[in-house]
Design a protein around this ligand. Structure first.
Ligand code: MGD
Ligand code: MGD
Ligand code: SF4
Ligand code: MO
Length: 705
C-alpha cells in the first residue's frame, strides 16, 4: 500500500487530472490523451494513496460521455411556448444568446427588483471555480441567494451537533482498523475507493465489516454483518447500542470524562433504551443489536464511515448525530484506525472570498431553499413571503427537473411562460429542455479547476487536457461574460480561472497552482492528534456533545431561510424521533430512493455503458409482500402517495424488510411510463433542524396495475 503521494512520471500519452463529479472520492485520474480533441481510457492514479489506482466503471468509460454525439455544441433559443413535448430550439450565436439572457434579467429586475433573479446551481462539477463562481455574479447583482440543502445540510447538521466541525479521521487509516462500520452509505455504488481501504484492512488484519442499510446493497453483500434497519430508525439502533456498551462494561469511562459532555442525565437516558425497545422500532432482532454492540464494544480500532443516505429524512440529522456518538462511548477516537469520518471539507481552509464574491455579499438579500425549487417556482408563500416571484433563473451544474423533490411542481414551475430560464449544460437535460436559452458547457477535460474532497485529504488542481468541443464554454467564461453585460463589477470577473485559483491559494496560505499541479495534488491531512480530536473537539468547550444543542446548530450558519422552530422536539440525546413520513393503513410501505451504481445523480443517464447496466426503473420488493400481492419479477406495479404515483417493474428481493421498498435512481422522468420520475413521490418538506431534502423518507402504497 503506498503511503505518500508522489508525483509520478506518466507514460507518454497519459496526463494527470481529477474526477469533477459529485462524489466524495474526487479521484486522482490518469487520462489517456489520444489527440488535441480526443481521450481514450481513464484510470485511477496509482501514486495517489487514497485513489490507489481505482475508479468507478462509469468514469473509466468517460470517453463515451465527453465524446457523446448528444453533447450540446451551440447556444440554442427556444421556439414558441414551453412544454416537454414538441420542444424545439434554434441555434444562435454566443453573442446573441448572452445578450438575450442579460436583457431578460435586466427587464425582470426592473419590474420586480433584483431578488426576482435566482442563480440555481449545484455540484455537477465539484471544481471550486466552475461550481461556485456563479455566487460572485449573485452577490455582485444582489440576486436571490441559495441555501444549498439538497445534499449535505442534513448530514452536516447531525455531524456538527456531536463532533462540531466537518472533519474526521483520515480514510486511509481504515487499513489499520479491526472493525469498519459503514452506516447509511453504499460506497460500492457511491464512492468505490472506500472499499479499497476496507480491503486493505481485511487482508492485513482480518478486519470485520458491518453495514447498516435498509437493503442488501453491493456493500452490504460484502459485509460480515448487515443490519437491515427500517428507514429513519437509526436513532433507536444507536441508542440501544450505547445502552449495551454501558451495561456490559464496554464504555471507556476515563475517555467519557475527559473528552465529552457525559452526565448523569445521559446515563439515565440510555439506561432506558434497551435492545427490546429498539427492536420494535428498527425491525431488527434483539440478537442482531446485541451482536453488533458487542462486536463494536470489544474492538478498540473501530472505524465508523458515516454516509449521507440515512440523514436524508425528516429526523435524519438526529439519526446521524446518534450514530456519531458510538466512538465517543468506547473511546475509539484515541486509537489509530479508530474514530469516525463523515466528511473532510473543513481541513482545507480555502478562502473563497474571490471566487464567490463574498466581499460584496449583502446579507439582507433573501435566500431561497434549493430543495424547494418546485414549491418556489409555483409561488409557495412559505418560501416567497412578501418577496417577488422568481421570474429569472440561471442554472449551472444541476438538473432540478429530475433530481429535486416534488417533480410535478418543478416541471410546472419550470414550464411557466412568465419565467425566463437560462440553462448552461453539457447535455439537453429535462431542465435544459424547459429553458428559454440553452448554452453549451465544457467538461472537466476541457477547462481549468481545483478540487477539495470530502472522502480524502488531497487538494488538486487541473488543466484542460483537450480543446473544448467547438462552441462549448466553461462556467467561468459564461459568468464573466454575463457580468460584463449586466454591469456587475468584481475583480474576479477580470481573471482567468488559473489566476483565480492562484490568488485563492495565496489568500489561503497554500503553494501556487503550478506547484500543486506539478505535485499531482497536495495532501492536507491533519496530524494524528488533531484528526483524532485528542486536543479536544471543535466545540467551544472542546468536548464531544452527547447532548445535541439543535438550536445552536440551526443558527450556526448564515445561509438558511428562516426555519425558526424546525428543531422543536428534536431529541437532545440519541433516540428515536417520531418525525418521519410514518406508514399508515393507506400507505403501508417505506420507500428508499437510493442512488444507482451506473448513474451519478442524473449524470451518465446518457451514456450507453450506464444505460446498459441500469436497464429500466425497478422497485425491490420482499418475497412475502410479493406473494401477498401476487407480484412476480417483472410485474408492472404502481407506487403512490398524496403527491402522485409512478409505474415501474417489480424485482423480487429478499434483502430488506417486508414493509420497505427500494427504487434505485435517478432515472430521468421520461424513462417512466407516465413521464414523472421517482422524485414526484418525494416531499419538499425541509428536514430538521435547518432544511435538507428528505429523499429516503416517504410512505407509499403499492398496487399491481
Ligand atoms: N431520488 C433521489 N434523488 C436525489 C438523490 C437521491 O439519492 N435520490 N440525491 C440527491 C443529491 S445527494 C444530489 S447532490 C442531487 C444532485 O443533483 P444534480 O446536481 O442535478 O446532479 P448531477 O448529475 O451531479 O449534475 C447535474 C448536471 O451538471 C452538469 N454539469 C457537469 N459539469 C458541468 C460543468 O462544468 N458545467 C455545467 N454548466 N454543467 C455541468 C451535468 O451535465 C448534469 O446534467 O440529487 C439529489 N436527488
Ligand atoms: N453511482 C453513484 N454514485 C454517487 C451518486 C449516485 O447517484 N450514483 N451520488 C453522489 C452523491 S451526490 C452523493 S451525496 C453521494 C452519497 O452517497 P452515500 O453516502 O452512499 O449516500 P446515499 O447514496 O444517499 O445513500 C446510501 C445508502 O443509505 C441508505 N439509507 C437510506 N435511508 C437509510 C436509513 O434510514 N438508515 C440507514 N442506515 N441507511 C439508509 C440507502 O439505502 C443507500 O444504500 O454519492 C455520490 N456518488
Ligand atoms: S468514484 Fe467518484 S470520484 Fe472516483 S471516478 Fe467515480 S465518480 Fe469520480
Ligand atoms: Mo449529493
Amino acid at each position: 500500500m503506498p503511503l505518500d503521494n508522489r508525483a509520478t512520471e506518466l507514460p507518454s500519452g497519459w496526463a494527470y487530472s481529477t474526477c469533477p463529479h459529485d462524489c466524495p472520492s474526487a479521484c486522482a485520474l490518469e487520462v489517456q490523451v489520444l489527440s488535441s480533441d480526443r481521450v481514450g481510457k481513464l484510470r485511477g492514479a496509482r501514486a495517489n494513496s487514497y485513489t490507489a489506482g481505482v475508479i468507478c466503471a462509469k468514469v473509466a468509460r468517460y470517453a463515451e460521455r465527453v465524446h457523446h454525439p448528444d453533447r450540446l455544441t451551440t447556444p440554442l433559443k427556444r421556439n414558441g411556448e414551453k412544454g416537454l413535448t414538441g420542444t424545439s430550439f434554434t441555434p444562435i450565436s454566443w453573442e446573441a444568446a448572452l445578450d438575450e439572457v442579460a436583457e431578460a434579467f435586466t427587464q425582470a429586475e426592473q419590474r420586480y427588483g433584483s431578488e426576482t433573479v435566482w442563480p440555481h446551481y449545484f455540484a455537477g462539477t465539484m471544481g471550486h471555480v466552475q461550481r461556485d463562481g456563479i455566487n460572485r455574479l449573485r452577490h455582485a447583482k444582489h440576486y436571490s441567494g441559495q441555501w444549498s440543502t439538497i445534499c449535505t445540510s442534513l448530514p452536516e447538521s447531525g455531524w456538527l451537533a456531536g463532533v462540531g466541525a466537518k472533519k474526521g479521521v483520515d480514510a486511509r487509516e481504515m487499513a489499520k482498523s479491526d472493525l469498519i462500520v459503514i452506516w447509511g452509505g453504499n460506497p460500492v455504488n457511491t464512492q468505490v475507493n472506500v472499499m479499497t481501504h476496507v480491503a486493505y484492512a481485511r487482508k492485513a488484519r482480518g478486519a470485520k465489516l458491518v453495514v447498516i442499510d435498509p437493503y442488501r446493497t453491493g456493500t452490504a453483500d460484502q459485509a460480515d454483518l448487515h443490519l437491515a434497519v427500517k428507514p429513519s430508525t437509526d436513532g433507536a439502533l444507536a441508542a440501544a447500542v450505547i445502552h449495551v456498551l454501558l451495561k456490559e462494561g464496554y464504555a471507556d469511562r476515563a475517555y467519557l470524562e475527559k473528552y465529552t459532555d457525559w452526565s448523569a442525565e445521559a446515563e439515565r437516558h440510555f439506561a432506558e433504551r434497551t435492545p427490546a425497545w429498539a427492536s420494535t422500532i428498527t425491525g431488527l432482532s434483539e440478537e442482531e443489536i446485541l451482536a453488533f454492540a458487542r462486536l463494536y464494544g470489544s474492538t478498540k480500532r473501530s472505524y465508523l464511515r458515516i454516509g449521507y443516505g440515512f440523514a436524508r429524512a425528516r429526523n435524519g440529522a438526529a439519526n446521524l448525530h446518534a450514530a456519531s456518538c458510538l466512538p465517543a462511548v468506547t473511546g475509539a477516537w484515541q486509537y489509530e484506525g479508530g474514530g469516525a469520518l463523515w466528511g473532510n471539507g473543513l481541513i482545507y481552509g480555502l478562502d473563497k472570498t474571490l471566487v464567490e464574491g463574498l466581499d460584496v455579499r449583502d446579507p439582507s438579500v433573501r435566500i431561497l431553499d434549493q430543495s424547494r425549487i418546485g414549491p418556489i417556482l409555483v409561488g409557495d408563500e412559505r418560501d416567497l413571503g412578501e418577496g417577488p416571484p422568481v421570474t429569472g433563473l440561471l442554472i449551472q451544474n444541476t438538473n432540478p427537473a429530475a433530481v429535486s423533490p416534488e417533480t410535478k411542481k418543478c416541471l410546472e414551475g419550470l414550464g411557466r411562460n412568465d419565467l425566463f430560464t437560462c440553462v448552461h449544460e453539457q447535455f439537453m437535460t429535462e431542465t435544459a429542455a424547459l429553458a428559454d436559452i440553452v448554452l453549451p458547457a465544457t467538461t472537466f477535460l476541457e477547462h481549468t479547476d481545483c478540487y477539495t474532497a470530502s472522502g480524502h485529504t488531497f487538494f488538486q488542481v487541473t488543466k484542460p487536457l483537450i480543446d473544448p468541443l467547438p462552441e462549448c464554454r466553461s462556467n467561468h467564461e459564461v459568468i464573466c461574460a454575463l457580468a460584463k453585460r449586466l454591469g456587475a463589477e468584481h475583480p474576479g470577473f477580470e481573471m482567468s480561472a488559473w489566476e483565480l485559483i492562484d490568488r485563492t491559494l495565496q489568500a489561503s496560505g497554500m503553494p501556487s497552482a503550478e506547484e500543486i499541479w506539478q505535485g499531482q495534488g497536495l495532501d492536507k491531512a491533519e496530524d494524528f492528534e488533531t484528526a483524532h480530536f485528542l486536543k479536544g473537539f471543535p466545540h467551544p468547550d472542546g468536548k464531544f456533545h452527547f447532548k445535541a444543542d439543535w438550536r445552536r446548530v440551526a443558527n450556526a450558519h448564515i445561509g438558511q431561510p428562516s426555519y425558526a422552530g424546525l428543531f422543536a422536539g428534536m431529541p437532545g440525546y440519541a433516540d428515536h424521533w417520531e418525525s418521519l413520513d410514518a406508514t399508515d393503513e393507506e400507505r403501508p410501505y417505506r420507500l428508499v430512493a437510493a442512488p444507482a451504481r451506473g448513474f451519478l445523480n442524473t449524470s451518465f443517464t446518457e451514456t450507453p455503458g450506464s444505460q446498459a447496466r441500469e436497464g429500466r426503473p425497478e422497485v425491490l420488493i420482499h418475497p412475502r409482500t410479493c406473494e401477498a400481492l401476487g407480484i412476480e419479477d417483472g410485474t408492472r406495479v404502481r407506487l403512490g402517495n398524496a403527491l402522485g404515483s409512478v409505474v415501474l417493474h417489480a424485482k423480487v428481493f429478499d434483502g430488506l424488510q417486508p414493509d420497505v421498498l427500494v427504487v434505485e435512481s435517478i432515472f430521468p422522468n421520461h424513462r417512466f411510463e407516465e413521464g414523472l420520475g421517482i422524485n414526484s413521490l418525494v416531499s419538499a418538506d425541509p428536514g430538521a433542524p435547518r432544511g435538507g431534502a428528505v429523499f429516503h423518507d416517504t410512505a407509499v402504497w403499492l398496487r399491481t396495475t
